[in-house]
Design a protein. Structure first.
Length: 241
């Protein structure tokens, strides 16, 4: 009589579930390491930062060039949390937009300069918008923030799902007086590789400072992760003045 072979078949499904869970966990960790989700204010990463170490030459900015305080701001034009902190009106993100008040009380009074850095990670539309950002800044710097506000007002679903491709950005540019949309499109086509290098450098720099998603800010020696209320910005700005 042959010895009975144990039946392990009942263990296969539970084991498969455990293994699948481990694999999913690994991929989730890898995904987050390549750029975390945008979001509200989160826990500050344990990374020492100093605005003096941030490269700001050549990046778009608003405010006086020699303002005593600089805020470096990493963003993605498809990010709803960026829209919430800049212009508001995002369903489910219940914060008062801080940027308009910062502009009125600090930028327009010569106290603060806001430098805009790229951190596109939500799809091809994010990259396209960043490319056009560099062209607008190069060709029409005085129209830059008008264009930026219009971009966020036009933002719809996150990612490559509607507004944000080249055709829709060109259509938006045509609504802004003083900007030649055809000239901007030609400039992007001629300088895509150059602008992409700048975009990649911005994102890599942000990641090196512990920025894991958008929006992310550095001012003084403080990193402000996520969309936060005005008071958080003031607490970081006022001691520098």
């Amino acid at each position: 009589m042959q010895p009975t072979t144990p039946d392990y078949s009942k263990l296969y499904v539970p084991a498969a579930i455990v293994i699948a869970g481990v694999i999913i966990g690994i991929f989730a960790m890898v995904g987050l390491s390549k750029g975390g989700p945008s979001g509200a204010g989160g826990t500050q990463p344990n990374v020492a930062v100093d605005i003096k170490d941030v490269k700001i030459a050549g990046d778009p900015f608003i405010g006086k060039e020699n303002a005593p305080v600089t805020i470096a701001y990493w963003s993605d034009y498809q990010c709803p949390y960026c829209k919430a902190v800049e212009i508001g009106g995002v369903q489910g993100i219940n914060i008062t937009p801080a940027i308009p008040t910062l502009i009125k009380e600090y930028v327009d009074t010569g106290k603060v300069k806001i430098v805009f850095k790229d951190y596109p990670f939500l799809g091809q539309d994010s990259i396209t918008a960043a490319l056009y950002e560099h062209s607008i800044w190069k060709l029409y710097p005085t129209k830059f923030y008008t264009w930026r506000e219009a971009m966020f007002k036009a933002q719809d679903d996150e990612g490559d799902q509607g507004f944000g491709d080249e055709a829709s950005i060109i259509a938006l540019i045509k609504t802004i007086p003083g900007i030649d949309a055809a000239k901007v499109k030609a400039d992007v086509a001629a300088n895509t590789a150059k602008y992409q290098e700048q975009i990649d450098a911005d994102r890599a720099e942000g990641a090196s400072f512990g920025i894991q998603g958008t929006p992310g800010f550095i001012t003084g020696k403080k990193l402000i992760p996520g969309a936060v209320e005005l008071a958080t910005f003031k607490d970081a700005i006022d001691p520098q003045l």
